[in-house]
Ligand binder design. Structure first.
Ligand SMILES: [Fe+2]
Length: 195
C-alpha cells in the first residue's frame, strides 16, 4: 500500500497555528458551503507562507522533493437534519499524486479505510493518501448532532505536472466565476445558513 499515516505530523505550535487559521476560514469565508450528499461543509482555502512551509517540510520528509501543493480543501463533516456524513468506497479522479489528509479538529473516532486497512484520524495526524490508485472509504458515521470533524485536504502534484498550469489559470479567474465553477463540482448543496 502506498498510503500511510503519521501521528503528530506538525509541532504543537504549528498545529495550533494551523487550527486557528482553518477556523478563521470556516467562520469568515462566504463560499464555505454544505454539500448534502457528503454531509460536509467545504471550500478551497489558500494557506499562508508559514503553513505552506511546514506542510512542505513534512511532504519532503515523507515523500521526497518532487511534489508541490496544487490546491487545498477545507472540510467540516457534520450531521445536519437528515444529512449524515459519509464516504463510500471509491478511488479519486483528481490529477494529483497524493492527498495529505490533515485532521484539524474532531470529536470523533472516524478512521479512513484504505484497501482494507484502517488509518486513524486524530488531531494533528496526517494521512498521505494515494487516492487515485487505492480504494478508500469511511465506516458508518459514528457521530450525533453535536459531533464534527474538521479536515484539511492538501492536494499534491508533481512539480512538472500540467495540472498546475490549469489550476493557476483557474485561480486567475474572477472570484464570482471561480465560485460558480466550484459550486457545480459536487451535486446538491446549499449555502451556509440555508436549510
Ligand atoms: Fe477520495
Amino acid at each position: 500500500m502506498r498510503s500511510f499515516g503519521i501521528e503528530n505530523i506538525f509541532s504543537e505550535d504549528d498545529y495550533l497555528y494551523l487550527k486557528n487559521y482553518i477556523y478563521n476560514n470556516i467562520n469568515t469565508a462566504s463560499d464555505f458551503i454544505y454539500t448534502e450528499y457528503y454531509g460536509r461543509w467545504w471550500n478551497i482555502v489558500e494557506l499562508d507562507d508559514r503553513i505552506n512551509t511546514f506542510i512542505m517540510e513534512a511532504v519532503r520528509k515523507h515523500l521526497g522533493d518532487n511534489l508541490v501543493i496544487a490546491f487545498n480543501q477545507c472540510i467540516k463533516y457534520q450531521k445536519i437534519g437528515d444529512c449524515i456524513p459519509k464516504l463510500e468506497p471509491h478511488t479519486d479522479h483528481f490529477y494529483n499524486d497524493y492527498t495529505l489528509d490533515i485532521t484539524i479538529d474532531t470529536t470523533l473516532n472516524w478512521p479512513l479505510e484504505i484497501e482494507g486497512q484502517y488509518l486513524s484520524c486524530s488531531n494533528n495526524s496526517g494521512i498521505f493518501l494515494d487516492g487515485n490508485n487505492e480504494n478508500h472509504s469511511r465506516p458508518e458515521y459514528p457521530g450525533s448532532d453535536n459531533d464534527y470533524m474538521v479536515m484539511l485536504y492538501v492536494n499534491l502534484v508533481d512539480q512538472n505536472s500540467d495540472i498546475l498550469n490549469k489550476i493557476n489559470a483557474m485561480k486567475g479567474l474572477s472570484e464570482n466565476t471561480r465560485k460558480m465553477l466550484l459550486s457545480r463540482m459536487i451535486p446538491r448543496q446549499h449555502k451556509k445558513g440555508a436549510e
